[in-house]
Design a protein around this ligand. Structure first.
Ligand code: TRP
Length: 336
């Protein structure tokens, strides 16, 4: 018999539109993992409300994001795809885990410090306990691996620390998760400021491409992309961050190596190069946009997907939560 597949959990907050960065840096990898692993891919709406959201917009983006997961190639049959707030066990486990997480360790989280600086008028307790909810997401499903970007590694590590602490007090309960940062997980930088990440939260400017952007807008953003004063297409992250970022994107969109790209554009100006990158992205995103638009016309189908996803997730989650409640000493829940 085959060894059981390892389990993967990951999620993205619906706090902004998905970007080319989310696609190349995260979802494309999720798609590659779906055969080899047993995967749960969640739309983490509960995490999104740690910063103020417009309710109608949050609702729309949550559904859009689920549709985009599917449009990017994630198969709702092979993966469990659902919306976090539909499975109450996340909040329930989060409370318990919060009692095994220290104030000091939460205070040291880089994302908390960053976000408190950026949202100085709303440093709410949810922002502080964000890593506990994320630990609950991961530990509920006994995930082995958590595909995340570098910036989320610290959150997976604290989940591991919490799991370890709980296991030591009560005997083996949680699988210790590991961050899984795929080698091909290219980090896409802003087109306007190639020193900072292409970000959903700063997506008003020209620096960010969203998955649903129209071809003309995509071409315009690439034509305006910041480069440097040389004219040579060469990969050099330190000295040529803009050009290197465009090469990363072009490589992800076309499968060409950096060497191929350098040869292709040898002796040609940045104008040609930027237009070619723009076109490759237009073609990369065209099917994703079209499929998303189709899916969004079919709300019944989407509802069916997230209902089935929540049902399957809730089943797995209840096994862990029952165990946890028993271990901490809660009286067995009556049927109500
Ligand atoms: N914190 C993650 C982010 O900001 C999103 C997230 C929430 C997540 N829960 C998760 C990622 C569980 C991986 C696993 O991107």
């Amino acid at each position: 018999m085959d060894a059981p597949k390892k389990r993967i959990f990951s999620g993205i907050k619906p706090s902004g539109n998905l970007t080319l960065g989310s696609y190349i840096g995260a979802i494309k990898n999720w798609v590659a993992l779906q055969d080899e692993y047993d995967c749960l891919y969640c739309v983490v709406d509960m995490h999104a409300i740690t910063v103020r959201q417009d309710p109608a917009l949050l609702r729309r983006r949550t559904l859009e994001q689920l549709a985009q997961y599917i449009a990017c190639g994630l198969d709702p049959e092979r993966n469990i795809m659902y919306i976090q707030s539909h499975v109450p066990a996340h909040a329930e486990l989060s409370w318990v885990l919060g009692c095994y997480t220290m104030f000091g360790e939460l205070s040291r989280m880089t994302q908390f410090k960053d976000k408190s600086r950026k949202n100085a008028d709303n440093i709410n307790a949810g922002l502080f306990t964000y890593p506990v909810l994320m630990a609950a997401d991961i530990l509920l499903y006994q995930a082995d691996l958590v595909p995340v970007g570098e910036d989320q590694k610290q959150h997976v590590e604290i989940a591991r620390d919490i799991a370890n602490r709980f296991n030591n007090v009560y005997s083996q309960t949680f699988t210790l998760p590991e961050p899984f940062i795929p080698k091909t997980g290219a980090r896409v930088m802003s087109l306007a400021d190639p020193m900072s990440k292409m970000s959903k939260s700063e997506q008003d400017g020209d620096g960010c491409i969203c998955l649903l952007d129209k071809p003309d807008d995509i071409m315009r953003a690439f034509k305006r992309a910041v480069t440097d004063s040389e004219t040579c297409v060469r990969f050099d992250k330190e000295n040529k961050p803009g050009v290197s970022n465009l090469m990363t994107i072009y490589s992800a969109a076309t499968g060409k190596s950096f060497e191929d790209i350098e040869n292709e554009f040898a002796g040609r100006g940045y104008g040609d190069f930027k237009a070619a990158v723009g076109e490759s992205v237009v073609e990369l995103l065209r099917p994703v946009r079209e499929k998303t638009e189709d899916l969004l016309k079919n709300k019944d189908y989407l509802e069916q997907i997230y209902t089935e996803g929540a049902r399957r997730a809730a089943f797995l989650a209840s096994k862990t939560l029952d165990k946890v409640y028993r271990k901490v000493g809660f009286v067995k829940q009556p049927r109500i």
